[in-house]
Design a protein around this ligand. Structure first.
Ligand code: ZN
Length: 283
C-alpha cells in the first residue's frame, strides 16, 4: 500500500469556538494549528477563511494570508475550501485567486442539519452541475488540484461527468465524506464506505472523512483499505465521547499512531504531492 496521506481540516465554516475553544478561527491561529499538524504528521491542510467575527467568508485576501503564512513556515500542501454554504458561487470562485495547491470541490447538494440553541437549523448546500463544472474549469485553468467531495453514492454521476468532459486530471482524488447529518448524507458505517470504494472510477484515489463519531472508525477503515484519511475539528470536535479534543494536532497524532500499529507508513507533504500527481502541475 502507498503511504497514508493525512489531511487536517482545521476549522470549517459551520461551528466555531463555542463548540470547542481549541478550534482556530483567525488567520494567525489557523497558521499555528497547521504547523502543529505538520509536526504531528499531516501532509495536507484543508482550510476555511473567517472574518473577524468568526463567520465563514470567501475572501481571497484572508485565504492568501493563511496560505502564505503556512508556506512561510512548513511544506504542507495547502487546500482551500470552495464550499461555504450561503456564499454566492462567483465569490467562491474568486477565492481561488489565493492560489492554493488544491481546493475542495463538492459534487452535489445536501441540506445540513445544524444543532443550535433554538433547535436544529437546516442549512442548504446547493451545488448544481453547471456550478461544479465552473469550479472544475477554474481549477484546471489555475493548476489547482481538485479534491472531489462525495457525500453519497448518488454523487458519483457528477464525478463521471467531470471525467467525461476532461475537467479533471488523473489521478482523480475523491474525498468520501461519511456521516453528514442532514438530507443527502450517508451514514459512516464500514459497509457504506465499502459501497463507495466499490464505485471508485479507474484512475482514482480516495480519502475518507468521517463526521462526528464516524471520524475514528472511518479513519481506521481508510488505513486498512488503502485510502487516505482526514481528521480535524471541522469534522469532529471530540477526542472521544464526552471529551472535547484538545487540538487539531491531537487528532492527527492519533491517526499516526493507528496507522503505524497497522503497518501503514505516513506520507510527507512531498510524498503526498507525488502520490497525487501534483509534481508537474503548473501553478
Ligand atoms: Zn471544509
Amino acid at each position: 500500500m502507498e503511504k497514508l496521506i493525512i489531511t487536517a481540516a482545521l476549522t470549517g465554516g459551520l461551528h466555531g469556538k463555542q463548540a470547542n475553544p481549541a478550534l482556530p478561527e483567525q488567520p494567525g491561529e489557523i497558521v499555528d494549528a497547521a504547523v502543529e499538524c505538520w509536526n504531528a504528521g499531516a501532509a495536507i491542510v484543508h482550510l476555511h477563511a473567517r472574518d473577524a467575527s468568526g463567520r465563514g467568508v470567501a475572501e481571497p485576501g484572508i485565504f492568501r494570508e493563511i496560505n502564505e503564512g503556512i508556506r512561510g513556515r512548513c511544506p504542507l500542501v495547502v487546500q482551500d475550501t470552495t464550499g461555504d454554504a450561503g456564499i454566492p458561487v462567483a465569490r467562491r470562485i474568486l477565492s481561488l485567486d489565493a492560489a492554493p495547491d488544491m481546493a475542495s470541490l463538492n459534487m452535489g447538494t445536501v441540506v445540513f442539519f445544524v444543532p443550535g440553541p433554538e433547535g436544529v437549523a437546516e442549512v442548504d448546500f446547493v451545488n448544481r452541475r453547471s456550478e461544479i463544472e465552473a469550479f472544475a474549469r477554474a481549477m484546471l485553468q489555475r493548476g489547482i488540484k481538485p479534491e472531489m467531495e462525495v457525500y453519497s453514492p448518488a454523487m458519483f454521476g457528477e464525478v463521471e461527468n467531470l471525467i467525461a468532459k476532461g475537467l479533471v486530471r488523473e489521478p482523480y482524488y475523491l474525498n468520501f465524506v461519511m456521516g453528514v447529518g442532514g438530507m443527502g448524507g450517508y451514514p459512516g458505517t464500514p459497509r457504506n464506505l465499502n459501497t463507495m470504494i466499490d464505485q471508485l472510477p479507474p484512475g482514482a484515489k480516495f480519502n475518507v472523512s468521517g463526521i462526528g463519531k464516524a471520524q475514528l472508525p472511518m479513519c481506521a477503515m481508510a488505513i486498512l483499505t488503502g485510502g487516505h484519511a482526514r481528521v480535524g475539528l471541522e469534522d469532529n470536535i471530540y477526542y472521544r465521547r464526552g471529551e472535547l479534543a484538545a487540538s487539531n494536532a491531537q487528532l492527527v497524532e492519533r491517526v499516526v499512531r493507528l496507522a503505524r500499529e497497522l503497518g501503514r507508513e505516513i506520507a510527507s507533504p512531498g510524498e503526498a504531492r507525488e502520490i497525487l500527481g501534483m509534481d508537474g502541475v503548473p501553478t
